[in-house]
Design a protein around this ligand. Structure first.
Ligand code: MN
Length: 523
């Protein structure tokens, strides 16, 4: 089976391209993923990829797929791509496929049930004709892709443009739209970016709720359907108390949490998009000292707009199907699911073995004061300046401070972990009286820990703008470096009730990190 990706892997230099190397694996959840990528290479084309037999079987469609049954679109079969490719957006700076890529559409597909010959898609493709149904954001309905000529591709050959020609046709069904042109729909379904946006290094764009949508939320009594950004989700227990308020404020009910996550969606999504998320769930809030629990697997009742990511490296007994959560509808669904605390992976679904940040975690011990935590954060600030690294800090919403350092693609977790360990030990040597390197809590004598061990696959820190389970609903909030000197700063200074006002006033300090690709210096 591993030979399926041999051509793909031979054609690329993974030390030079941001594309994933990927692995072959069988997706067990029974739903086959499809993706269409808009790829401005030497020539513009759209890549149609259907999950078949553990890989994405792929065709390059120069004019793009359409909903118009009158269009018979040339499709050139190209090498199988790894499953992880379905989340890849970026700029391929050199080598094969040089150009920019967005995920133009995605969703799931099935063999057309009316055609028994297509029931085994691997065999149908080998025989030169597959009838299938797409369930995407843009593409919907019944299609046929049929081979019209050309030889099978020569082994290990290049793109084979004249070699393997097919036609892609939308059937005349209820989803057909005469005159529908893919070029009229140029935005990514993952990040709402266009291809030029990707080249310019622009971050994704996500909408928040409209005033009318917020009004509709307020009008729901306890339980009901809410439509936001085009998706509808069922909200439950909206008036249930989840935690006490702070300083005499009214308690926080689930409606407040749903509203917060809807409103924060445009600000938070850049740090969640394309990443598996681990949830700390509190279905009964923290009233009566109730404890939360970790939840990673996508529930069977999750709606279609929640993207699923099967972790190809999951071993038996480990969570396999994770949720990818971004945009207001997905965040609202997660909030209703009481996934109060969101911890995204440091790596992406496209490249799970490659971190996109190095993370510093200043974790205060029971005896560490806030002033001491600030002292350590300021030492890291000096280190970042001296190393000429772009980085920002955030308060955790509990007691600590974390520092995010964006890096270029290509680093391993071992490298980021080694870097953060060396950096943290350097800082720790300046204030040995504040820091313990003991592994177990009881040996630390109440001192702080500079925890570099979160720089590992599937180890996570709380997301920027995630709420924390405490009175008042404190939030982990990014700050500017000079705010470390603001006497009003506190680790839980902001709550779900005032974060939006702060963002309107000062914006998002982490925006300075998005799209930054930097080398880790040698220490
Ligand atoms: Mn392509």
């Amino acid at each position: 089976m591993s030979e399926k990706l041999a051509t793909y892997q031979k054609m690329r230099d993974f030390s030079a391209t941001p594309e994933p190397a990927g692995v072959v694996f069988e997706n067990l959840d029974g739903r086959r993923r499809f993706v269409v990528q808009r790829h401005r290479a030497t020539r513009l084309h759209y890549d149609l990829r259907l999950e078949i037999g553990g890989v994405l079987v792929s065709w390059a469609v120069p004019k793009g797929p359409s909903l118009d049954p009158a269009r018979k679109n040339l499709a050139v079969k190209v090498e199988d791509h790894p499953y992880a490719y379905g989340w890849f957006e970026g700029n391929i700076g050199s080598g094969y496929g040089k150009g920019d890529v967005i995920v133009w559409d995605d969703g799931w597909w099935e063999p057309d049930p009316e055609y028994p010959d297509s029931a085994d898609p691997e065999r149908a493709v080998a025989a030169g004709e597959l009838k299938f149904v797409l369930h995407g954001k843009k593409l919907r309905g019944r299609y046929v892709i049929v081979k019209t000529g050309g030889r099978p591709k020569t082994r290990g050959g290049a793109s084979g443009k004249e070699d393997d020609q097919w036609l892609l046709i939308h059937k005349k069904d209820a989803d057909a739209v005469p005159g529908w042109d893919p070029e009229d729909h140029p935005h990514s379904v993952l990040s709402n970016r266009t291809n030029p946006d990707v080249v310019a290094g622009k971050p994704g764009v996500w909408v928040g709720p409209t005033k009318a949508e917020l009004k509709a939320l307020d009008a729901i009594h306890e339980k009901g359907q809410w439509t936001i950004a085009g998706e509808t989700t069922l909200l439950t227990n909206l008036d249930k108390v989840f935690m006490p308020g702070r300083d005499g404020e009214p308690p926080i009910v689930k409606r407040d949490i749903v509203r917060y996550y809807a409103q924060i969606a445009p600000w938070m999504s850049p740090y969640l998009s394309g990443r598996p998320v681990n949830f700390n769930r509190f279905p009964d809030g923290i009233v009566g000292a109730k404890k939360g629990f970790w939840h990673k697997a996508v529930p069977t009742h999750a709606p279609d707009f929640i993207r699923r990511w099967p972790n190809p490296r999951a071993s038996t007994g480990e969570t396999r199907d994770y949720m990818l959560v971004d945009g207001a509808p997905a965040l609202v669904w997660a909030a209703n699911f009481a996934g109060i605390e969101m911890h995204p992976w440091t790596s992406t679904a496209a490249n799970p073995d490659q971190p996109s940040y190095a993370l510093v975690d200043i974790d205060p011990g029971p005896n560490t004061t806030w002033d001491e935590t600030l002292t350590m954060a300021r030492l890291f600030r000096v280190a970042m300046q001296q190393l000429d690294l772009t980085a920002r800090a955030k308060v955790t919403g509990q007691r600590g401070i974390q520092i995010w350092i964006p890096i270029r693609s290509g680093y391993t977790f071992r490298q980021t972990s080694d870097f953060v360990e060396a950096l943290s030990r350097t800082v720790g040597r300046v204030v040995p009286e504040l820091v313990s390197w003991n592994w177990t809590k009881s040996d630390r004598k109440g001192l702080a820990r500079l925890d570099y061990t979160q720089n590992q696959v599937n180890k996570t820190l709380v997301a920027p703008y995630s709420m924390r389970p405490a009175a008042g609903g404190p939030v982990s909030v990014p700050i500017e470096w000079d705010e470390l000197d603001d006497p009003r700063l506190a680790p839980n200074r902001w709550t779900i009730r005032d974060v939006m006002a702060r963002l309107k006033k000062v914006g998002d300090p982490f925006a300075a990190l998005v799209g930054v690709e930097q080398d880790l210096p040698t220490l």
